[in-house]
Design a protein around this ligand. Structure first.
Ligand code: BTN
Length: 276
């Protein structure tokens, strides 16, 4: 609490800490359905059933990582949540270190070509039909790469099953231990700032909307993508689509030029870089 830089997120009763939980996303969804305030943040040291994207598991090592979920009730399109969550992580890394992180489409956070954080956003609706969103963020903060190599640090275990998917920690990359409290304070600050900007824009009278906030966020997210311009393979279940990642569309979908020269729009999947 002492280090928080936010106005709402994680303040007072909006901070829920549980030493161990199945998944902060599951607990947050339950709390949200019971009416928990927007900006409620659930933090834990260890998850017994952490969830990754596309139904995978997210395993962790106790006391090393940031495992957080934030309850939001956005009045803007959910695709923007993917963008603000990944920008918040990249910005938080810049706030605590000299390390430059990038985004692997749609929202894996990489340092070089190694994954340092993952994001899982789950949406639903409350009894009044309003959107509920849980923004789950897992960051490999401390611990060193030799632990990663021996597979003890498994925030990324499921990714390790994919060729070319290597994980890292912030400590490995910047060379010193990063306080998790400090990191969370920066993360929530960036997330709140981006979120409140979009909520304000969404609630402006139609005549006043100039969409500059969402445009800026789309541009920032696009500029941090390390995927564009590269030859990629997109795994969608058992199917693989390959080609060159040319651009993203308005809602963050990936525009791929396939081998037949056709432009394909990709809205989900796992990206791999086959030539590396
Ligand atoms: C991925 O890269 O596949 C997404 C991983 C998301 C992990 C975080 S850890 C905190 C939150 N609670 C969960 O169960 N998952 C997310």
């Amino acid at each position: 609490q002492g280090q928080l830089k936010t106005r709402f997120f994680g303040r007072n009763s909006r901070l829920v800490y549980v030493p161990v939980v199945d998944s902060t996303n599951i607990l947050s969804m339950q709390l949200a359905r019971q009416g928990a305030a927007e900006g409620t943040v659930v933090l834990t040291d260890s998850q017994t059933a952490g969830k990754g994207r596309l139904g995978r598991q997210w395993l962790d090592v106790q006391y090393c990582h940031v495992l957080s979920s934030t309850i939001l009730r956005p009045t803007f399109s959910p695709y923007l949540l993917v963008m603000i969550a990944s920008l918040a992580v990249v910005n938080a890394i810049s706030s605590v270190s000299e390390v430059v992180a990038s985004i692997k489409w749609p929202n894996d956070i990489l340092i070089g070509n190694r994954k340092v954080a993952g994001i899982l956003i789950e949406t639903s609706h409350d009894q009044n039909g309003r959107m509920l969103a849980i923004v789950g963020i897992g960051v490999n903060v401390n611990g060193l790469s030799d632990q990663l190599a021996s597979n003890k640090m498994t925030g990324i275990a499921t990714d390790l099953q994919r060729p070319g998917a290597i994980a890292t920690t912030l400590q490995t990359e910047c060379g010193y231990v990063v306080s998790r409290e400090t990191f969370i304070a920066h993360l929530l600050h960036h997330l709140e700032t981006l979120y409140l900007g979009l909520q304000q824009e969404a609630n402006e009278p139609v005549a006043m909307v100039n969409q500059s906030t969402s445009r800026l966020i789309r541009e920032q997210w696009r500029s941090q993508l390390s995927t564009l311009g590269r030859h990629i393979e997109v795994r969608q279940g058992n199917t693989i689509v390959s080609g060159v990642a040319e651009d993203v569309d308005e809602t963050g979908g990936l525009l791929l030029r396939n081998h037949s020269g056709l432009r394909v729009s990709i809205t989900w999947g796992d990206i791999g870089y086959p030539t590396e």
